[in-house]
Ligand binder design. Structure first.
Ligand code: AMP
Length: 469
């Protein structure tokens, strides 16, 4: 086989986006921009400032903040050893010390030990792509001494998150969240209500359809442990009628059983003791006050006693918002109070509450209800012909763009017929025709594509004319 033939057979690999990730393309990206712009505007009116966070953080941060035995941390994080130079140095030193044979024995037989040793010596860090951002916001709050600022500190963020979940409609491995946190100061119920009011205002501005807010209180360190024990005891009585996931959760996290969507378990769950009947006095009062504050703000809600967050540091107020057109993954926002989290991460005792909106789902819901923008056509297509017209066309494009019009200037000369066809395909509103006649007379031809009418305009009049139309 000669070289040429061999080359022919070799098919270049066609790459595809990794499962669970996707490209966002125009015109859809215009909707993403509108959503994000609205978030910037609405959140600013509530006094929130934007925080931009790293995409990766030490794995330990998430293990600690989200919880080592949650699905997110135990199964879904994208984690890797940061291949810092000193990592290579460490491996090389190991090689020298152990000799090659010893080294491979060490790594093959004891990969866990090697990992642990590397970790202990802090010669390399395990890092993870962030699965959520609350942990990072709290880390930043501590790191930058934000407890010195006037409290509470109100921050919002937006950007990609990563979880290795099973992809389906509305569930991706790289997805986007828009979230906010209120840290420090008090845990006044009005703060909880205002945070919720802010999300609802944001959804309202976007005209999101079928918005349903559900709220609950899950107690605090005082009353929840007792309730969880009671729940566990009751669950053990009905253990045999539960599926394997729920059976496992009786031990690991009984609250999560309440989340169960398994059909056969629903009737059983409905009969379980409810946290609302077991809140301590302070928590019951806090919850009642949050509801009053929501009423005051005319925010409509439904109480759902089964709305829980399985993580230890979540307490009192929890909420979830669903929207229409999303199928089984219909939660567009989840949030709650987490007064213990900053302390858990080595900071001072700090009150905290926040939420995260799933931007992908928000966009999906907006699209399903017909809020998607259509492809943005050009305002003006410049059909130019002849060398004389080239310079005039370039000048016209520059002036029109400066005035804010979207302009398509074909890079090479075209026949007018073809140019008009192109203008039509691009959805242009107007075609500016520049031929020899126009350049010589200084009277340009402006064609309105919708009705085919033409008129003459001078260079000086052009922008004023277009603004009038
Ligand atoms: P969480 O951080 O799990 O409380 O999720 C908050 C919101 O983020 C959810 O209500 C969803 O809208 C969204 N979300 C969570 N996981 C995913 C995912 N894998 N794909 C798309 N959106 C997600």
């Amino acid at each position: 086989m000669n070289e040429g033939a061999a080359k022919k057979e070799e098919k270049p690999r066609r790459f595809q986006a990794i499962r669970g990730t996707r490209d966002l393309l125009p015109p859809e990206t215009a909707l993403w921009n509108r959503v994000e712009q609205t978030a910037h505007e609405v959140f600013a009116t509530f006094g929130f400032g934007e925080i931009r966070l790293p995409i990766f953080e030490p794995t330990d941060l998430f293990a600690r903040a989200v919880g080592g035995d949650t699905d997110i941390v135990s199964k879904e994080m994208y984690t890797f050893a940061d291949p810092a130079e000193n990592y290579l140095e460490y491996i090389q030193r190991q090689l020298r010390e152990l000799g090659h044979e010893g080294y491979s024995k060490f790594t093959n037989e004891n990969p866990e030990k090697l990992r642990q040793e590397i970790h202990d010596r802090s010669e390399v860090m395990l890092v993870s792509l962030r699965p959520e951002a609350t942990a990072s916001v709290c880390r930043a709050y501590i790191e930058h001494g934000m407890q010195q600022l006037p409290q509470p500190v109100k921050l919002y963020y937006m950007g990609p998150m990563f979880r290795r979940e099973r992809p389906q409609k509305g569930r991706y491995r790289q997805f986007y969240q828009i979230g906010a946190e209120v840290l420090g100061g008090s845990d006044a119920p009005a703060i909880d209500a205002e945070v919720i009011e802010m999300v609802m205002t944001f959804f309202d501005q976007l005209e999101l359809q079928g918005v349903q807010l559900e709220i609950n209180s899950i107690g605090d360190r005082n009353c929840r442990p007792k309730y969880v024990e009671l729940l566990r005891a009751e669950l053990l009585k009905v253990k045999d009628s539960l599926g394997p996931d729920s059976q496992r959760r009786i031990e690991t996290n009984p609250l999560r059983v309440l989340d169960s969507k398994v059909k056969e378990e629903q009737a059983i769950i409905e009969k379980l003791p409810r946290i609302g009947d077991h809140l301590c006095k302070e928590c019951a009062e806090h919850y009642a006050a949050v509801k009053r504050e929501l009423d005051l703000r005319a925010v409509k809600y439904r109480e759902n006693w089964r709305l829980v967050r399985g993580l230890d540091y979540y307490m009192r107020t929890t909420f979830e918002i669903t929207a229409q057109g999303l199928g089984s993954q219909d939660a567009v926002c989840g949030g709650g109070r987490y007064d213990g989290l900053v302390e858990l991460l080595g900071g001072p005792p700090t009150k905290g509450i926040g939420f995260a909106i799933g931007e992908d789902r928000l966009i999906l819901s907006l699209q399903e209800s017909g809020k998607a923008p259509v492809a943005q056509g050009r305002d003006v297509y410049i059909a130019w012909m002849g060398e004389n017209a080239r310079a005039t066309a370039v000048r016209a494009a520059r002036e029109l763009r400066k005035a804010g019009f979207s302009v398509e200037l074909p890079p090479v000369e075209q026949k007018f017929g073809k140019a008009l066809g192109q203008a039509d395909k691009l959805g242009a509103k107007y075609t500016l025709i520049l031929g020899d006649n126009e350049v010589t007379s200084g009277e340009w031809t402006l064609k309105t594509l919708a009705d085919g009418t033409q008129r003459k305009v001078s260079e000086q009049q052009l922008i004023a004319e277009l603004k009038k139309m």
